[in-house]
Write a protein that binds this ligand. Structure first.
Ligand SMILES: [Zn+2]
Ligand SMILES: [Zn+2]
Length: 431
């Protein structure tokens, strides 16, 4: 694998020298088209940020995004691929390859856009506008598809869209995500699994006749404790986490008879995740046995690890450094700007996404951009950061960089073949 990847990168690098001028001729009009629409994109961003909607409830975001894309001249399908809040917006000038981008727009329960998906939404729209400009007015052949992908936070919208064929006819899937640093996604994300775990006991008076009760809270607590002990033997890339989402206990003198928790397990490959999940089953079964309660485990999430694509990541990084080198920009100079290879050395992103599942279907990347401050994703401070003008400008930089990466897939046959060659090799090695 390493030999092929190194060889591939050499081809790509030498090709870039002769292609640089050609790329530049697209960059100016593509960036101008996105800039011309900046007021509208900023308004769209604000509209989604101010009206946070959780998984599969993103009706307002769906409406404002699809109305806007239609005004921009895209061929828009609302409620696409079997989901009420997904959409597909296309522009084609006939023939050629197809580049696709994802826009997410779901928020988290209780803390709004604490993952900044409002920014993913407009970065995707900006990228699509940029590629459309190149197709419409600058002799580029092919098609751009923007997919509106709901419910990334737990609902797996892209998995349902994959099953409905949304990615069947595209040559790559590109997207970007806000965070605390720039990255080009040459590091895989983790495969993630989640389940509802319910302990059922038997209520009784905790003083008068505790021996008549069976304690569901004890079922949860013993499983929680066994997991905490097991964590000492887990590998660095493995995660187990859990939270109580529903419990009947309201007063201390009643033995709790019902607890519902959500259990999550993650690891860097499907195989290692499967071992971790087996352990979760053993733990919850042991907890029920030990507390005379019954337990029910129902999995509901199956996010796969992202198959990295070196060619796409390097191309994204190359475009970023060529057009938006953060070290030359006072506003973003303080941010980390690691080379994609360093993402591997640092262990990569430990988060998970349904973009991982997409990456097993087509070559895919999910790059990242910083939005200022130090608040991490899923913190209420991040919600505030995600609504700023600075965050919007960063999203637009990422959108433009995605657009130029997509244009490379459309205009450069050698590059398009390379990303698929690499994809076939890596997916083949993991099956
Ligand atoms: Zn998130
Ligand atoms: Zn997110």
């Amino acid at each position: 694998m390493t030999a092929l990847l190194k060889y591939s990168w050499l081809c790509l690098a030498s090709g870039m020298l002769v292609q640089a001028n050609c790329q530049d001729s697209f960059a100016r009009p593509v960036f101008a088209a996105i800039d011309k629409n900046d007021d509208g994109l900023r308004a769209l961003n604000r509209e989604i940020w101010e009206n946070p909607e959780t998984a599969f409830q993103e009706f307002h975001a769906h409406k404002v995004l699809t109305d806007y894309l239609e005004e921009q001249g895209f061929n828009v399908t609302r409620n696409a691929h079997g989901l009420e809040t997904s959409f597909r917006a296309e522009y084609s000038n006939g023939g050629g390859r197809t580049v696709s981008f994802n826009s997410e727009y779901d928020a988290l329960p209780g803390i709004g856009h604490a993952c900044g998906h409002n920014l993913i939404a407009v970065a995707g729209v900006g990228a699509a506008i940029g590629v459309k400009e190149a197709l419409e007015n600058h002799n580029l052949k092919g098609r751009v598809v923007l997919l509106g992908t709901p419910a990334e936070e737990g609902g797996g919208g892209k998995i349902k869209m994959l099953e409905a064929g949304a990615y069947d006819d595209v040559d790559c899937s590109l997207m970007t995500h806000p965070g605390n640093s720039w990255y080009s996604n040459y590091a895989p994300s983790l495969a993630s699994w989640r389940a509802n775990v319910t302990w059922t006991g038997y209520g009784a008076h905790a003083a008068l006749s505790p021996w008549q009760g069976r304690n569901a809270l004890d079922g949860f607590v013993s499983a929680y404790t066994m997991t905490a002990l097991y964590r000492q033997q887990m590998r660095p890339d493995e995660r187990i986490h859990h939270v109580i989402v529903d419990g009947s206990g309201m007063i201390p003198n009643q033995i709790p008879d019902y607890i519902r928790a959500v259990w999550g397990a993650r690891a860097s490959t499907l195989e290692s995740r499967s071992r971790l999940v087996d352990q979760v089953y053993d733990i919850v079964e042991a907890s029920a046995k030990a507390t005379n309660t019954s337990v029910d485990l129902v999995p509901f999430q199956d996010y796969w690890n992202l198959v990295p694509n070196q060619a796409l990541s390097y191309q994204y990084y190359h475009n970023h450094m060529t057009y938006f080198d953060p070290t030359k920009n006072n506003a973003t100079a303080g941010f980390q700007n690691d080379h994609p290879d360093k993402e591997i050395e640092s262990g990569g992103a430990a988060a998970s996404s349904d973009q991982g599942n997409v990456s097993w279907k087509v070559p895919a990347i999910q790059t990242g951009f910083p939005i200022g401050g130090s608040a991490p994703n899923h913190n209420s401070g991040f919600t505030e950061l995600a609504g700023t003008d600075f965050a919007h400008r960063q999203a637009m930089i990422s959108g433009k960089t995605l657009a130029m990466t997509g244009i490379e897939v459309l205009r450069n046959e050698t590059f398009a073949k390379l990303i698929w060659e690499e994809w076939r090799e890596l997916v083949g090695s993991q099956q």
